[in-house]
Write a protein that binds this ligand. Sequence first.
Ligand SMILES: NC(=O)c1ccc[n+]([C@@H]2O[C@H](COP(=O)([O-])OP(=O)(O)OC[C@H]3O[C@@H](n4cnc5c(N)ncnc54)[C@H](OP(=O)(O)O)[C@@H]3O)[C@@H](O)[C@H]2O)c1
Length: 236
Amino acid sequence: MAIAKKTVLITGSNRGIGRALVEEALKRGAKRVYAGARNAIRHPDKRVTPVTLDVTSASQIQRAATEIDTLDILINNAGVAIYDDLSNFEVIEQHLAVNFFGPLNMSRAFLPLLTRSKGAIVNNLSLAALAALPVIPAYSISKAAALNMTQSLRAILAGQGVMVHAVILGPIDTDMNRGFEIPKASPESAAAGIFDGMERGGEEIFPDAVSPIHRRGEALERQFAAFVQAPAKNPV
Ligand SMILES: NC(=O)c1ccc[n+]([C@@H]2O[C@H](COP(=O)([O-])OP(=O)(O)OC[C@H]3O[C@@H](n4cnc5c(N)ncnc54)[C@H](OP(=O)(O)O)[C@@H]3O)[C@@H](O)[C@H]2O)c1
């Protein structure tokens, strides 16, 4: 799907990859960018509409879904990553609240608008969704769950004309991994790679150079997806 002339809502748009996505969407000719953030941002471009949006708040999600009247692309970008060792239940819950239930509840709330526009949902995930990063295991669990949810939603919503993308990002130079000394891509290149992937129409978007070995799961996913897209003749 091309970004030009489209209406885009981006969560966590005040910094990092979210902010770069706002700029890249404007550069590619988006008609309107709804910039979701816990503290609404100011932007000089008149095409940007700030939206106060904590993705863990049911009331804020509902208000945003009522105020926005048309939407082509929902980008679930907001996320948290906290170092842990799985000993603190609250930390696990916090990751699931933001990184898993956030995108799920956003997708459900905006589904009527996306169905009407035959639009797209983009879930910003991570390599940690494919293989656990044990310094941030709760984060890894939440991203793995979000990837699995993305695949189910993709199959469930296919009949309504809504495309659901997973973005599998490697390390990006933002506050999230500040102090973690590994090679990182820039948020600007990540944002450009995400929209390039959307414009090419890929379901799973790998914006940076990641081994194609990760794509093998797609064949199995398609086989499973067939169960909701067309009833099996001989179940079992
Ligand atoms: N950086 C990486 O290496 C990397 C790699 C793979 C995937 N990702 C994913 O990319 C996405 C963006 O990450 P980033 O690197 O840009 O991180 P970041 O610089 O730490 O930004 C995180 C963003 O999420 C927002 N956020 C956190 N909790 C929120 C909530 N409850 N409701 C709404 N917004 C919330 C933050 O808002 P506040 O300013 O209010 O906290 C901020 O805008 C995340 O989903 C992350 O998992 C990042």
